[in-house]
Design a protein around this ligand. Sequence first.
Ligand SMILES: Cc1cc2nc3c(=O)[nH]c(=O)nc-3n(C[C@H](O)[C@H](O)[C@H](O)COP(=O)(O)OP(=O)(O)OC[C@H]3O[C@@H](n4cnc5c(N)ncnc54)[C@H](O)[C@@H]3O)c2cc1C
Length: 504
Amino acid sequence: MKNCDVLIVGAGPVGTTLALELALHHVSFRIIDKIRARSDESRAVFMQPRVLELLNHHGDAHVLESRGSPYREQVFFINKKEAGKLTYADFGPVDTTFPLPLILSQAETERFLDECLAKYGAAIERPFMAKTIAQDDDGVTTILEAPDGRKETIRSKYVVGCDGAHSVVREAANIEFEGTTYPQDFILCDTHEFLNKFELGDSGTLYDPTWLARFRLHHRGASRYRNGRLFVAGDAAHIHSPAGGQGMNTGIQDSVNLGWKLAWALRGTAAAASVDKEALLDSYHAERHPVAQKVLKGTYRLFSFASSGNWLVRQIRNFIVPFALPKLTASESRRRRIFELMSQIAIGYRGSPIVGRASGRLRETVQSGDRLPDGKLERKQCGRITAAGETRRIAVQRLCSGTTYHLLLFSGTNDGNPATAETLEDARDELLHVLKNEIQVHIVVAGGHDGVGSVSSSYYADLEDRVHAQYGFANPGYVLVRPDLYIVHIGLLEDFGELLDFLR
Ligand SMILES: Cc1cc2nc3c(=O)[nH]c(=O)nc-3n(C[C@H](O)[C@H](O)[C@H](O)COP(=O)(O)OP(=O)(O)OC[C@H]3O[C@@H](n4cnc5c(N)ncnc54)[C@H](O)[C@@H]3O)c2cc1C
């Protein structure tokens, strides 16, 4: 028996991502799957920008761009006629290193995840099926079975069910899976295509499929994501139609959300000891359940409309949509909004029980609970380190990656009332004291700020004040960031006391 802190049941993309997160945080875990080897079938073919951002911390997610193709536009056909186009690549810069979704076989996504896991020195144990799972006050006992009948009992502190739609963990946790099944049958295949180059409009013929799957689609969500020491994530927590390419991406983000929380709940450090572990673990449901419910609702509406046989809906689809769609997608701001939703960049946790609210920021565009906007900074070192200073460009999200909280202290620009180096350094020292040094603090100095030279340690220069503008900081401000790159607390430096109170 090899016990561990966390047992992950199921090594699809969601379970493997959770393994990456736990490996990053040095949590002792095991990950098992009942299947002997990975499938090479396409299945989920959309990789959304937000997921690329998050996976980029475990490996270079840019390699996925070379294994798939960028998704620049979506063309809608109704009755074999082009009815509209949604272009993603033409509405100016978006604050992300990955501005386009990728079309990528799920097999490639899983290959990338396996490569990242191998770098941490971890591996999936196959083929092992979780047969029975029982929790008690001190932990969870899981009985595994191999195809040859060998059995193994594992004791762990937590079990996470990433075991797909028919989850045994969900069943053991007594969690309802509410919803319905769509009436239609569907076919998905990997196939060859013959392009009819001599016909107008890239028409083609599909032939000789290498894989064909006939399936029914469901629309179901778990009523809760946690019961004591048992959790569910990915398809074990939500399944829906593939409309919009959200399913696997939503599941991967479940794992990113849960990973650091489990790690912190298990950690024995001084700062972690002051964390309310139960509240932290409960926040997984509080933050992720509404996200999946929104996806379930959105995909249900879209898919029901696209596949309905109802006479009235068909008339609207066939005659009104082709007329309305080009007008709807003509607006740049509307296209950008659709992109932000589909790419999952707009997902945030405002109102979550574990994020704060600074009184001076209630009407700003970037708020506590939001995704950390990305942007480029220049790394500088001066004073005692090198008088001349060295520079290196770094993205804000890259700077804030890792296993701890990060604090960004913004100097403010010359349009406002910029802080002195001493003020910034006092704020930094105070926070380090409260969090017992278990945080990384970065000072971000606006390009035109005259006080740059007097900052004595390393800092980051926002040369054209773009990052200050993104966050809405003409005056000095702070951003506290969690390990999954969401904002815990954002405010003006004059309200720094509110952050300290929140942390205490
Ligand atoms: C035919 C098909 C087409 C799809 N098309 C799309 C699409 O176009 N877009 C989209 O977003 N999504 C699509 N999906 C869904 C997508 O594949 C899933 O959302 C995604 O795989 C979810 O990942 P997961 O890790 O949660 O679950 P899964 O990928 O289902 O992984 C669960 C794993 O758990 C293992 N397991 C199950 N029970 C046990 C047990 N008791 N013990 C040990 N291991 C266990 C399984 O072997 C499996 O490897 C499709 C799925 C299918 C099947």
